[in-house]
Ligand binder design. Sequence first.
Ligand code: ATP
Length: 342
Amino acid sequence: MRILGVEGTAWAASAALFDSETDAVFIETDAYQPESGGIHPREAAEHMSDAIPRVIETTLNEAAGDIDADDRSSSSKRVSPVDAVAFSRGPGLGPCLRIVGTAARALSQSLDVPLVGVNHMVAHLEIGRQRSGFDSPVCLNASGANAHVLGYRNGRYRVLGETMDTGVGNAIDKFTRHVGWSHPGGPKVEQAAKDGEYIDLPYVVKGMDFSFSGIMSAAKQAVDDGHAVEDVCFSLQENIFAMLTEVAERALSLTDRDELVLGGGVGNNARLREMLAEMCEQRGAEFYAPEPRFLSDNAGMIAVLGAEMLAAGDTIPVADSAVDSNFRPDQVSVTWRGREAD
Ligand code: ATP
């Protein structure tokens, strides 16, 4: 089976081709880069409408190239270069989602193949679960607009802990905007933190949930008060990642699981991965982080989960395929996993 994935929830106009026979994933991404400030929804949507046709065309050309190769060794002709079109239905920025949804519906109809509506946050965690080969891990999604700790139970990914305010990457990006650094801020904080020392910043875990807005405001204030930006970056990372690690550990304990997977763009951070790996090692659990191209938003994860959903018959009629900017991971009925994993 070959699945075309289309992603465009915020900044990444991305298309991918997943071949379930070879397990190969081709990804073409065109990133929106704000001229100043953070992600502006209207500008991001303009970027989507400009870039989505291009990345899809490149990806379909890749698929057509494979077919030419197939045709040389086989007399059977494929009607369509792909067997289904999978797209991000949400969560994300409404104006971006609507453009991507329209493109996916048009493609599914013109290629005469099924449409698969994928939850972007479930795709962030499923790519780690599938690539790790873990049975039923706890999943930490640390992305720009979200932060969730999830565990699978009775046919759904249950949200065990989540942010009470801003997403974890967005908190970091808001701090770096204040400092005057360009978007995205996460990699710049990681770099600056290498030369920093710890200063006191808030640490907010409430039950199984975390809050990032207070620490983000305190970090801005600390810079305004004259603390070295390297020290603030170091301390911001230490506290935010310790908060995520604490809740992930409690989730492992609560669910009696011994596997943890990481998803989302903040997962690119080596210090976060180090803390999670150390916590897992100390409690005898296994830890897996996908390769970088599957961490930040990408259509590869949409195509890979789309293939699983298609195999389970989980397709969506065009009439029911409206996007949902608040689509939560626990709204998804997980059709593609056996009940034995409950
Ligand atoms: P969502 O996936 O929730 O819709 P998104 O599309 O903004 O949100 P991702 O593409 O998963 O999120 O991740 C982007 C975020 O990752 C940005 O906030 C960026 O600053 C952050 N990020 C990227 N690299 C790093 C890094 N090395 N350290 C910390 N944060 C990072």
